[in-house]
Design a protein around this ligand. Structure first.
Ligand SMILES: NC(=O)c1ccc[n+]([C@@H]2O[C@H](COP(=O)([O-])OP(=O)(O)OC[C@H]3O[C@@H](n4cnc5c(N)ncnc54)[C@H](OP(=O)(O)O)[C@@H]3O)[C@@H](O)[C@H]2O)c1
Length: 235
């Protein structure tokens, strides 16, 4: 399927790591930034690493969003709401937004092992309030370490995808499984993103306790094709 993916905040480690993996997998990515020169620099680095300059470019965030079918938001929580308000008019009708934001207290000068409480319940639900009608939101990738993404290695992690929209869940799950080793899991409604976001603070603690940078999650006891099995209605 041919689609254009804009990564807003794609100059940071999480966004550029996802871009690297998706360009390697044959997807076409626009690195978005508040500063077009920074976007171009990151795009050039990814082009060099992947040998695919025709599948990655860099642009200012708004023009990246305006061109994209899928927008992936990879900015700190402190910038999430303001940026989405600025970008609201740029979204194509029918676009999908994949939110990776974790409301770590570190985003406002606190600890990376703690999260902030978000009025809407989660950063992803806040994002869903701020995008135009017709833009479907999925939450994913909050537990996937940028250090793992920026390597050649398989990423032996699950990505829990939460959404109220089947198409958004499908797109996020397909993109997750473009990363070798990753299994996408149907995580139910968007409101479950609050649980997934909290797990990241725990993963930061585990990284510190064990002196690593790539702690992730694997859920056991599920059928192989867990993505294809939506939770029962009451879940
Ligand atoms: N790093 C990880 O391992 C990891 C793992 C899972 C989830 N996450 C989540 O993914 C998101 C991105 O993580 P990251 O480590 O890549 O973050 P980051 O390096 O702090 O920021 C990513 C990019 O966001 C832009 N940005 C920074 N502050 C902003 C603001 N106030 N307003 C608008 N844009 C701003 C910057 O791009 P420009 O200056 O070029 O615009 C920056 O390069 C975070 O919410 C994080 O919690 C991270």
């Amino acid at each position: 399927m041919s689609r254009l993916i804009a990564i807003v905040g794609g100059t940071g480690p999480e966004g550029s790591g996802l871009a690297l993996r998706w360009v390697r997998a044959g997807e076409t990515v626009i690195i978005g930034s508040r500063n077009p020169q920074r976007a171009l620099r990151t795009a050039a680095q990814i082009a060099e690493k992947t040998g695919a300059p025709d599948r990655v470019r860099g642009e200012e965030n708004a023009s990246a969003v305006a061109a994209a079918d899928v927008v992936v938001l990879t900015v700190p929580f402190s910038g999430q709401a303001g940026l989405l308000k600025q970008l609201k008019s740029a979204f194509k009708p029918g676009a999908v937004l994949i939110d990776t934001t974790v409301p770590l207290a570190a985003a406002v000068g606190g600890r990376a092992t703690r999260t902030l409480s978000v009025w809407q319940g989660s950063a992803a639900e806040q994002a869903a309030e701020l995008v135009p009608k017709g833009v479907a939101v999925a939450a994913a990738f909050q537990n996937l370490s940028a250090v793992l993404l920026d390597s050649e290695a398989r990423v032996e992690c699950d990505v829990i995808v939460c959404s109220d929209d089947d198409r958004a869940r499908q797109v996020a799950s397909e993109l997750a499984e473009k990363i070798p080793g990753v299994r996408a899991l149907h995580g139910g409604r968007l409101e479950n993103a609050r649980i997934v976001e909290q797990l990241t603070a725990l993963l930061v603690t585990l990284n510190r306790k064990h002196g690593v940078h790539g702690a992730g999650i694997r859920v056991t006891g599920l059928p192989n094709q867990a993505m294809r099995q939506p939770p029962r209605e009451e879940d």
